[in-house]
Design a protein around this ligand. Structure first.
Ligand SMILES: Cc1cc2nc3c(=O)[nH]c(=O)nc-3n(C[C@H](O)[C@H](O)[C@H](O)COP(=O)(O)OP(=O)(O)OC[C@H]3O[C@@H](n4cnc5c(N)ncnc54)[C@H](O)[C@@H]3O)c2cc1C
Length: 355
């Protein structure tokens, strides 16, 4: 290890027979991978549970080919796929353990105590796992919303994420949706020489104005207040008829009309939510349930990879401190006690003054 402070998990550990994990992380996106890497580098046994069949989260599943240009340290940008692959490899090399195609369904308290921690039972679609701390890093976007009229074609020409570069091959692409993801998909296709029609149900595009300008500069065509009324497969093409009568032929259709939210999952976890429905956390990224942290898109209003990384790392370090410092010396407990003390003194002073 390059940094003298970093430790490593003992390779000879039999992970299958651990009585409990130090930390279980839900989600192998940017936040979960950064958190896992950090806990593993502090020699905490770490299990990451991921609903999909591979790691990476949104950069891997939604924009694998997009060149991401706002990650510090990558002046020439990096694709979603490469970034995901690198982060995953780093976590796996640090002996983070992964369970794919395993979906969180609940978190129960047990009556077992380990050094001040009430052991938690993480319930998933593939069995249960015990742990001391849980870090929720499951994002907000779960599965893409389907468009029935295109979905009924059951065709591999209909995509719910940005297709691979090779799929465009200079052909015609219909993008459905008016948000940032739809505009991003349109720009990607246009930059690769495709002819692009964007079909927007509303009377205005809601995505970023500069991306919209980019689509227009690249001669993408926007159809406002339109919906695909019927779609049929004709050889290598999809023929889409819009409700206004326009016919669009394309080799690929990209649907970006939002996502089914993962909120259903965390609403079932009995966590305190904010008025906007996001998970409430304290300055230590801990939720209203002790020992359960929440990081990345799942709670935050700044939805960026670097922010998800930073939060994952911070929560991991707070979890580490709680696990390794004596219960009564725990930084958070001391700070809470101090606040309680100050609040008590203030209340006392107010009573004195009132007399
Ligand atoms: C089209 C698009 C382009 C973007 N471009 C950029 C960009 O250029 N730069 C940038 O910084 N950010 C960008 N973002 C935002 C960025 O991708 C997110 O902020 C980031 O991925 C959040 O990471 P996360 O780990 O919190 O969540 P996610 O990436 O959503 O990862 C969450 C993971 O948890 C899993 N999961 C969900 N529910 C469960 C469950 N119940 N059980 C188990 N696993 C579960 C999911 O399958 C997923 O793998 C973009 C987003 C989109 C949609």
């Amino acid at each position: 290890m390059a940094d003298y402070k970093l430790k490593s998990i003992d390779e000879s550990i039999d992970f299958e027979s651990l009585p409990w994990w130090d930390v279980i992380i839900i989600g192998a996106g940017p936040a979960g991978l950064a958190a896992g890497l950090t806990t593993a580098h502090r020699a905490l046994t770490t299990l990451v549970i991921e609903a999909k069949d591979s790691p990476g989260g949104q950069p891997h599943f939604l924009y694998a080919d997009k060149r991401i240009v706002d990650i510090p340290g990558f002046p020439d940008g990096i694709t979603g796929e490469e970034l995901s692959e690198r982060t995953y490899r780093q976590a796996a090399d640090a002996h983070v353990q992964f369970r794919f195609e395993t979906e969180l369904t609940g978190i129960e308290d047990t009556d077992q105590m380990v050094e001040g921690d009430l052991v938690k039972r993480v319930v998933t679609s593939n069995g249960t796992f015990l742990c001391r701390k849980v870090i929720l890093a499951c994002g907000l976007l779960h599965y893409p919303r389907k468009l029935p009229v295109l979905d009924a074609l059951d065709s591999d020409r209909v995509h719910y994420r940005s297709p691979r570069i090779a799929d465009y091959a200079g052909g015609r692409v219909v993008v459905v949706g008016g948000g940032d993801s739809a505009l991003d998909a349109a720009v990607m296709a246009l930059q690769r020489g495709a002819l692009v029609d964007v079909v927007v149900r509303g009377d205005a595009v809601v995505g970023k104005a500069d991306t919209l300008s980019h689509v227009c500069e690249l001669e993408g065509k926007i159809h406002l207040s339109e919906e695909i009324q019927t779609a049929t497969l004709e050889g290598d093409q999809i023929l889409c008829r819009l409700n206004g009568g326009v016919e669009l032929r394309c080799e690929q259709a990209v649907v970006q009309i939002g996502f089914l939210s993962a909120k259903d999952t965390f609403e079932g976890l009995a966590l305190q939510l904010k008025p906007d429905g996001a998970i409430a956390i304290d300055p230590y990224f801990e939720t209203s349930r002790k020992g359960i942290f929440a990081v990345g898109d799942v709670h935050g209003d700044i939805k960026l990879i670097a922010v998800a990384w930073a939060e994952g790392i911070q929560a991991a370090i707070h979890a580490f401190r709680e696990i390794t410092s004596p219960y009564w010396l725990n930084e958070k407990r001391l700070s809470d006690n101090k606040l309680t003390l100050i609040a008590g003194r203030l209340a006392e002073a107010a009573i004195q003054k009132a007399r």
